[in-house]
Design a protein around this ligand. Sequence first.
Ligand code: UT7
Length: 332
Amino acid sequence: MSKISAAITAVGGYVPDYVLTNQILETMVDTNDEWITTRTGIKERRILKDKDKGTSYLAIQAANDLLKKSNTNPEDIDMVIMATATPDMPVAATGVYVATQIGAVNAFSFDLVAACSSFLFGMSTAAKYIESGRYKKVLLIGADKMSSIIDYEDRATCIIFGDGGGAVLFEPNTEGYGLQDEYLRTDGIGRQSLKIDAGGSLLPPTAETVANKQHYVFQDGKTVFKFAVSNMADVSEKIMARNNLSGDDVNWLVPHQANMRIIDATAKRMNLPQEKVMKNIHKYGNTTSATLPLCLVDYEKQLKKGDNLVFASFGGGFTWGAVYVTWAYDPN
Ligand code: UT7
């Protein structure tokens, strides 16, 4: 029997309608369009304004977009992996609710939490289930309602993040297309540099933690930047080297969208021109678990069967890595 690889066979995505521009942020905190654009590359981001909707809403919309576009029967899905840093609730996995809501009644589901690398680590996880031969359709969703954990009085973080969701379907392939290799890393040294202090078992919520704004994201941007800019490039270079890929062989870099300068540094190290780099940071900001699948949605029509894609991410924890995929279908 031929070896089974895990191919991406469909993508879907969703972003909310409300657009939070740099100009609007200028009226909220002491910042300006020029600073945000030159330091991050971000012009605007989408925000889910509805108070009664959580990350599951973004995930359901993204998954339904995929199901509709690919004409997939949700009852055929074997598992749903929900990559997120902002679950609807601390207990009762968001993915379980999402799977039921989209009609994936024969699937089992769980949440996968690894900050901005949740989706990348989810790709690795989804692929293992497919490669086992036991699972035929694995739906990986990356979604985050970052606006639910951001302090809109903190200019260091509120200009960066946005809300969104993306989904990909993994299926077995016996022609060699799909996930080829991965290099995933973590280092707990990063725990203090990008975090939410309170609300977990270490520091449960109290009136004091709320008053101290300890339920919002804190980021020591400079430290995270330093680690991100070198490590994302390192793993991308490494995965190319061990698969004998030169810049000419790589058709696309699919990078996590945290900062345009980090993306540019990674592309430069890989010897890739700008035209081969997927970007949505200018219009969505950093959507955490949704950056990679939302890139695929935007660029799907330009992807051809056999294209070599290198996915790369860096996130809190620290968590980071690169995944090498050969694309399995032509645009229709
Ligand atoms: O996705 C998960 C992983 N996250 C990342 O990869 C993010 C990595 N870090 C970054 O992208 C960057 O560090 C930031 C975009 C967050 C910040 O950019 P930076 O170039 O590192 O700026 P900085 O924090 O060193 O701040 C430079 C100056 C400071 O002023 P002084 O001390 O030089 O007077 C800040 O107070 O810019 C000031 N500043 C701002 N000014 C206008 C900080 N935020 C703002 C702002 N508008 N929004």
